[in-house]
Ligand binder design. Sequence first.
Ligand code: BJW
Ligand code: ZN
Length: 267
Amino acid sequence: MSPIVISERLIDALTADRVRVVVLTGAGVSAESGIPTFRSAGGYWKSYRPEDLATPEAFARDPRTVWEWYAHRRRLVAGAEPNPAHIELARWEMSLAGFTLITQNVDGLHRRAGSRQPFELHGNITESICHRCRQSQGSVGLGPKGELPACACGGKIRPAVVWFGEPLPQRTLQLAGEAAERADVYFSIGTSSIVQPAADLAYVAKEAGAYLIEINPEETAMSRLFDECLRGPAGAIVPEIGKRVFDGESHGITSGVKDIHVESHES
Ligand code: BJW
Ligand code: ZN
């Protein structure tokens, strides 16, 4: 059993007066809820090509295959529960006046854990829109006999998510960028930091002078940018940070959680 080491530097930063904390989450935050990631072991992009499933071109070419993949994922999400990382992040929102949660995840688990206003950069898998007129279509999906859903305008209905090559919701992205510009502490949790423009928010925060923390069992494309990398599962590390910061538990080292260590990148 390795200890989780939460540095004094991080605790001091999080307990400062009027601290502004920004958290960006990715698929790894939902891995412990049983939702596969995209790029890590068992991730979707290990078995499928993104261009066959998560692009407007794929949907135009083969909407049934795309819909079947999303129908499968909707069922997974419906059967999943928020895990301790989602629940703890909802508590941070309640406890900190200056807290912003930004997520790349489309599973809605942050909201189900109690987060009131996560900025969902890549949409929400449970909702649908018309691919042509962009009207919201509730949660409509494949019909009982596998019929493809269609809008009154004649356009094809699709999941309300952001595919490669599509713009992110502009207002949401703008608010996320503004929060990153004002951050004192910026967390990147459970993301490979490969997909843009979400990954670049860490650069925005760094430029603005924030203290940067990555929580991920693996090194990522951007680990070197971060001041501290906490290596281990979000479901263990996020609650441990919360315990030290919000429950007033003693600083330093706690034992009992496996496979966690900290890398510090002194500049
Ligand atoms: C754990 C863990 C545990 C495991 N605890 N951690 C600059 C350069 C090159 C290309 C581009 C560029 N700028 C834009 C692009 C193009 C493209 C892009 O970024 N491509 C890259 C692949 C290079 N970006 C776009 O196309 C974006 N749009 C855009 O830029 O539009 C511009 C535009 C403007 C105006 C008009 C038109 C266009 C859109 C990106 C959309 C991404 N969509 C997806 C699918 C969403 C719908 C769906 O879910 O089906 O979003 S792809 C997929 O990747 C999904 C995710 O949100 C996203 C990020 O993945 P994430 O969350 O990081 O997951 P993983 O699997 O990569 O990583 C998981 C991590 O968790 C791993 O590191 C594990 O180690 C870790 N982990 N267990 C903590 N227990
Ligand atoms: Zn329409």
